[in-house]
Design a protein around this ligand. Structure first.
Ligand SMILES: [Zn+2]
Length: 114
């Protein structure tokens, strides 16, 4: 998916969330799609590096500041591991597909029903 397609997908999910009595799509995932859209917008050749969790392949990474340390520590919001790696988006998508058997953006886990 290119940046434009990702943006449209995020907007489509937000639209359905507004129309439905409860959010159909996980808003966290929508934010991830927007993030991917922004990353891919910077570099259409898919060469932009992305940081992901080596344990669960999530790209929901947060940096926490450690007192007395210049550098913060990255941790995975999904599984709270701190083992990160960096790769290109296309490679990450392939890894994600290999692990979960489906593409990130078509994953049934990414839609939440109440
Ligand atoms: Zn993780």
């Amino acid at each position: 998916m290119n940046s434009k397609a990702l943006k449209i997908e995020a907007e489509r999910r937000e639209y359905y969330n507004r129309m439905a009595p409860f959010p159909i799509f996980d808003t966290e995932i929508i934010n991830d799609i927007k993030k991917l859209s922004m990353i891919t917008a910077k570099d259409n050749s898919n060469r932009q590096p992305v940081t992901y969790c080596k344990t669960c392949l999530s790209i929901k990474i947060k940096t926490v500041d450690i007192e007395g340390s210049e550098e913060g520590i990255d941790y995975c919001v999904t599984c709270s591991n701190t083992d990160m790696d960096t790769t290109h988006i296309s490679e990450w998508e392939d890894m994600y597909e290999e692990k979960y058997g489906e593409r990130f953006l078509t994953s049934s886990k990414n839609t939440k029903k109440k």
